[in-house]
Ligand binder design. Structure first.
Ligand code: ZN
Length: 168
């Protein structure tokens, strides 16, 4: 089921071999382009954040302690961005890749569950989401979705909870 939406895609061959092998060989780096973009946006809007906190489940790429918010910037292939062209499996060694990716997906799921149970809110930013205005909107919406004020500096120090209803 997980991969079914991909196989129906009409645009499966969007990548040539070179691009594909580039994606395959990419190890999850600490400074991927979308991650830098997310950091720039947060920084420019005055948010304070910490990077790669290894004391939290899954080592979230970006953590905003004040918002109790953890952000993962995920590669579409390795973390299987469902329905995304970049998550398409290669035609060879299908079982190997499928098992590998499913393992990642399962690990991500567990980490998110752990984080959530610790009171963190989790946002996944996908590698393919590189449009700045889109990211901007997504980040702000996420950070303020539990009733947090629009500006980092207008905030009070009370701890909002996940039970706060989002008002839009
Ligand atoms: Zn994607």
């Amino acid at each position: 089921m997980l991969f079914s939406s991909i196989s129906k895609s009409k645009h499966m061959d969007i990548y040539d071999k070179k691009k594909r092998s580039e994606i395959m060989s990419r190890i999850r780096g600490t400074d991927t382009k979308p991650e830098i973009m997310v950091r720039r946006i947060l920084h420019s809007r005055g948010y304070r954040f910490r990077l790669h906190r290894n004391d939290l489940p899954g080592n979230p790429d970006i953590v905003l302690p004040r918002y109790k918010a953890a952000i993962f910037v995920h590669g579409c292939f390795w973390h299987h961005h469902e329905g995304c062209l970049k998550s398409k499996l290669p035609k060879t060694n299908v079982k190997f890749w499928r098992d590998k990716i499913l393992q990642n997906v399962e690990r991500d799921r567990k980490n998110i569950t752990k984080l959530t149970s610790l009171g963190w809110r989790v946002l996944i930013v996908w590698e393919c989401e590189t449009r700045r205005d889109h990211l901007n909107e997504k980040l702000v919406e996420f950070l303020h979705s539990n009733g947090r004020p629009q500006s980092e500096f207008e905030g009070t120090s009370h701890i909002a909870t996940d039970t706060n209803i989002r008002n839009r």
